[in-house]
Write a protein that binds this ligand. Structure first.
Ligand SMILES: NC(=O)c1ccc[n+]([C@@H]2O[C@H](COP(=O)([O-])OP(=O)(O)OC[C@H]3O[C@@H](n4cnc5c(N)ncnc54)[C@H](O)[C@@H]3O)[C@@H](O)[C@H]2O)c1
Length: 316
């Protein structure tokens, strides 16, 4: 039977591009894009769906004979710090609804993303290993850490095929970032193109692991396509792309725009960033399903500058 894919949170930063990629691979009629707000970017079936409503979710799964769910709904790190209980409820309730659909054999396969936010101040900061101390300090990180363990539990106890990646900060120009600590690395390109200047909410030397969206989407689909027996990690995989600080990103932008000005006004998001790794060891993903990133910092900066210009309708 053909794969029939449901994307939850398809209107967000990752959903926008994942929807496009999966439509090219499987045909847009086999990709059902849903979100709590209206979606305009998909030419296949679109539905408004609140992922915390288990009955509505089950109806959509039945209506479209869904086999695979990509669960991309979450309240992200910076926003969840402002409303902890709502963040916890959204992140956990929506995950349980999808896990239960697989446990009860209504769907076959799930992708659910975790994050580098599962790590905390007590985690080794450089080249953070796959298995290490995990004491997350944010509501978002606590929800991702608990979610990982629930995924592993549902796989072990009920045989649910759920697969996960601990995404680093993701950089893209097609979808807007949704309230995370790494959003500066997208906002800076809009500042560069519109004003030739940007004020960073992270300090100049705050290093974080990052990844260009094309690499993240390719990783996601490669993990979902990997043979079941290769996926031996059922919590979530570390994934590394490129690690850099705001000052290094600004210097890379200056190669194309020598007059670009950056200054720094660190806020609460810098504290969150300081509790996360500065670089990630992803050798487990490399060994188990052959993961390899393609984008360097310079290649990513080139594509972002051109992409944001295209989006803003400015001639390159
Ligand atoms: N973007 C990143 O840098 C990053 C990094 C690590 C992990 N992640 C994870 O990847 C996933 C997707 O992230 P994103 O950056 O695309 O997030 P986003 O905030 O851009 O998108 C989330 C989408 O979910 C929708 N949504 C919110 N509440 C909903 C509900 N109740 N029902 C249905 N839809 C709802 C929003 O409208 C939004 O379109 C999340 O689980 C996030 O934690 C993202």
């Amino acid at each position: 039977m053909n794969e029939r894919i449901l994307i939850l949170g398809a209107g967000g930063q990752i959903g926008t591009e994942l929807c496009e990629y999966l439509s090219r691979k499987h045909g847009s009629e086999n990709v059902i894009a849903t979100d709590i707000r209206a979606i305009s970017h998909h030419d296949g079936p679109c539905e408004i769906l609140d992922a915390t409503d288990a009955d509505a979710l089950k109806q959509i799964v039945d209506k479209y004979s869904i086999t695979t769910v990509y669960h991309l709904v979450a309240m992200l790190s910076a926003t969840a710090e402002k409303m902890p209980e709502k963040g916890w409820a959204l992140n956990m309730d929506s995950l349980f609804h999808v896990l239960n659909l697989a446990r009860d054999k209504h769907i076959k396969k799930i992708f659910w993303p975790s994050s580098i936010a599962v790590f905390g101040l007590t985690t080794p900061k450089h080249n953070t290993p796959q298995r290490t101390i995990m004491e997350p300090g944010t509501v978002y990180g606590i929800s991702k850490s608990a979610g990982e363990l629930w995924c592993q539990y549902y796989h072990r106890v009920y045989g649910v095929d759920v697969r996960s990646i601990r995404y680093p900060g993701l950089i893209s120009w097609k979808g807007e970032p949704g309230g995370g600590t790494t959003d500066y690395a997208v906002d800076i390109f809009y500042g560069a193109i519109k004003d030739n200047a940007y004020t960073s909410f992270l300090a100049e030397d705050t290093y974080l692991p990052m990844m260009y969206m094309s690499d993240a989407i390719r990783a996601t689909v490669e993990l979902m396509d990997a043979p079941d027996e290769n996926v031996r990690t059922r919590t979530s995989y570390n994934l590394a792309g490129i690690s850099f600080s705001p000052a290094e990103l600004a210097n890379a932008i200056k190669k194309a725009q020598p007059d670009f000005q950056i200054d720094y006004a660190p806020d609460f998001r810098n504290e969150i960033a300081l509790s996360w790794p500065s670089s990630i060891d992803d050798s487990t993903a490399q060994t188990e399903w052959n993961w390899q990133p393609e984008y360097t910092l310079d290649r990513m900066v080139d594509e972002m500058l051109n992409g944001v210009k295209t989006k803003l309708n400015i001639k390159a």
